[in-house]
Design a protein around this ligand. Structure first.
Ligand SMILES: Nc1ncnc2c1ncn2[C@@H]1O[C@H](COP(=O)(O)OP(=O)(O)O)[C@@H](O)[C@H]1O
Ligand SMILES: [Mg+2]
Length: 266
């Protein structure tokens, strides 16, 4: 498979001197074209920090990111982000369709009419047909997050970064959205990196899970999720192999939690 992204020894601390908080402590992993990779780690371990570095939005203190073989030194049209907080990442003064069209802003070769057609197609794909003229704040949380996902896909970037995109939606909607995301990723052959603290979600969604340690954070280990490409909320989650992988990841996360002094536990 073609290598799309190479993160090498990424390190990042917030603050400086004695008060510096070491977050990332030498993170290395790679992603190939077409892969769906989940990154899972304990709360506060620096998942968002890592994703912002991979998006070119935050410069790591050291280490390097190669995107399509070239050093990444800032935001790239080849990389899109779906932020965790959709209510702050959608533009309230733009309609849902215009929010999605904003995702195509860096595609000068497409005519306005084609963009509109594609935007409506994407709204349909995420189950929001008929809501194009509405505003994000007129929709439920789950629907807003679907607008954000459609905007992320609209860019047709080589790489889509997803920061806990389903953390704020209820359990049933969450399961539906997981399947929707998987279906869209397959349909558009979209390479995805999904950051989550939900172990079950990480395993259910991914071709491979990258497990992070607690802070200062490194890659603890990686597990290929050899469960085939078709996932099903009932049968996949009952598959003995799913349970085995889930056990492995859960045990690692619990081990990190046990290492945290009680006072620091939320
Ligand atoms: N801009 C910042 N300045 C200082 N500390 C920060 C900043 N952003 C995040 N942190 C701290 O860094 C740690 C990791 O944050 P984050 O990357 O958001 O973790 P996660 O997404 O895994 O929960 C947290 O303790 C957080 O409070
Ligand atoms: Mg986060």
């Amino acid at each position: 498979m073609d290598r799309l992204l190479d993160a090498r020894e990424l390190a990042k601390a917030y603050g400086s001197g004695a008060k510096a908080l070491r977050i990332l402590d030498g993170i290395s992993f790679s992603v190939s074209k077409g892969e769906f990779v989940s990154i899972v780690g304990p709360s506060g371990c620096g998942k968002t920090t890592l994703l912002m570095a991979l998006a070119g939005l935050m410069k790591p203190d050291s280490g390097s990111i190669l995107f399509q073989g070239t050093p990444l030194n800032g935001p790239s049209p080849g990389i899109s982000v779906v932020f965790q907080d959709y209510s702050r990442s959608l533009f309230p003064w733009k309609t849902n369709l215009d929010n999605i069209l904003f995702g195509m802003i860096r595609n000068p070769s497409m005519s306005r009419a084609d963009k509109r057609r594609r935007g409506l197609e994407l709204m349909d794909a995420v189950g929001l047909k008929g809501f194009d003229a509405h505003y994000p704040w007129q929709l439920s949380g789950g629907m807003q997050q679907r607008v954000a996902i459609a905007r992320g896909l609209a860019a047709e970037s080589e790489l889509l970064l997803l920061d806990e995109p389903l953390a704020a939606v209820d359990a049933q909607t969450r399961a539906d959205m997981q399947d929707l995301l998987l279906e869209l990723a397959a349909r558009f052959n979209q390479t995805c990196i999904l950051v989550t603290h939900d172990v079950d979600e990480a395993v259910y969604m991914a071709d491979r899970v990258v497990v992070l340690t607690r802070r200062p954070t490194r890659v603890d280990h990686e597990i290929p999720v050899d469960l085939g490409t078709r996932r099903d909320q009932i049968t996949t989650r009952e598959d003995p192999r799913f349970l085995e992988i889930r056990h492995d990841v859960m045990a690692a996360i619990r081990r990190f939690r046990a290492e945290v002094p009680l006072a620091e536990k939320a």
